[in-house]
Ligand binder design. Sequence first.
Ligand code: ADP
Length: 571
Amino acid sequence: MKIKTKLTLGVGLLFLLIVTLSAISIWNLQQMKKDTELILKANYNTLTYSRNMLRELDHFRNDSLAIKLFEENLAKQRINVTEKGEKKATENLTIHFGQLANNKENTLLYPLIRQDILDIMMLNMQAISRKSASAMQTSENANLWIGTTGALCFLIAFVLLVNLPGNIANPIAELTASIKAITDRNYRQRVHLDGHSEFSELASSFNTMAEKLEEYAGSNLSRLLMEKKRIETLINNMHDPVIGLDEQQIVLFANDEAFRIIGLNREDILGKRISELAVQNDLLRSLCNDPALEKPRTGTIRIYADGKESFFEQELIPINIVPTGEKDEQFIGSVILLRNITPFRELDLAKTNFIATVSHELKTPIASIKMGLQLLHNETTGKLNQEQENLLQSIGEDSDRLLRITGELLNMSQVETGNIQLNIRQCNAHEMISYAVDATHIAAESKHLHVRIDMQEHLPLIKADPEKVAWVLTNFLSNAIRYSPEQGDIIVGITLKKEKICFSVQDHGKGIDNRYQQRIFERYFQVPGSNRTGTGLGLAISKEFIEAQGGEIGLESKPGMGSTFYFYLPL
Ligand code: ADP
């Protein structure tokens, strides 16, 4: 039965019982009231009239008022005839009173009248006794009815009291417990409620929901497991080592390649803090030298594994997620990727060696060409005409260019093989600048450029390799000359900044677009569309030279406004 029907029936029944009980009580009270009213009206009044008539009868002879009062009471009695036989007795009394009124001296009539009155009284007293018995019976009936109905009401109310709250509260309690179980991910929980109440419908909906949740959780879990396996297999089959860390830097996973190069077993690594492992393992030490392991970091590391030297490019990828329902990113760990670049390194080395050999081998023939040119310029080998002079000049310029290029290539191969020979000593900044300006003044004059040196007097001596610094300055200057418009200004400056000295070369040429500024110091890089006569190595070599001396190189440039190349050196 539906809860609504149950409640309606329960409350309705109680309402009905209350109404019935009240109706029975009112009806019985009414009944008793009617009985007493009847006694009072029909019989008690007659007795009063009769008593009055008896009293007046005794004063008939000496009181004329008595007859009148008797007459009045008789008239009242005549209209209050209610009992069987009373009418006859009242008529007898009327006749005898009429005779006595005509003849007051007739003493025989007195006993007759008294007898008539007594008859009437007798009849009414009998009626009172009968009616009182009937009233008693009515009251007993009322008691019985009210008692029975009351008991029935009590029984029904008791049954309702015992059953109804439980009927409503028990299913609610059962449902609450089941919902709590579902919240605790016990998706096997079911509710069993019989019948056809709303709770049974609710229970059936709940069971359907739990079943779907169970199915969903099951399918999700298996799918997640499948995904996990797939990713694990993928990571394991990668040729590059991969190590996953959580936010506490505890190793969560690593692939076979990682175990191989680290030289430790799965059990030795997984679940351990990388900083603890790094104490005994050189490779891990070089991997985790960043204490936070939060910033993306790249770099090349050299590893000896399986008896040979390998090179790996290290990439640290921080993993940040936005948790569901939140706005801020949260750091949850990082992945260390080691890309094996040994084959590329080997190829690069072969190329560097090849370039070094070729440049070295080219230097001697170029030197003989230059010597030959000098001899040809000499009058002793014969006088040259103007055309021959011009040809010799262009051969001279080309061989200078070749010499510069081979020099740059040699420098580069030195840099690439890590063989920069530094000759650090106390040197004068002014001398280095003068050297660079002198070395480039012919080129500057040919374009009518004004090279201005902007520096304070009495600069302190610096500790550097003067040849390398002068080389870098010459490179900056020759670039500035190459990219300046005719008659432009070039400013070579030196400024002191705290513990550093800054050399800069500023031109007012076409400048360098923002997107190329990052790459300008890369090897062989040339801005697309620029004069391609160079090698693209000058700035790369400059960077290596300056950084090898503990300095820092950089550039500020705005397209169309010119560029300022600078480097800092520690004092
Ligand atoms: P290159 O031998 O080509 O000059 P660099 O390494 O010295 O090699 O320069 C790399 C590239 O940077 C050049 O090709 C040129 O495009 C650009 N560059 C260098 N200096 C300047 C400058 N002062 N103004 C504009 N572009 C420049």
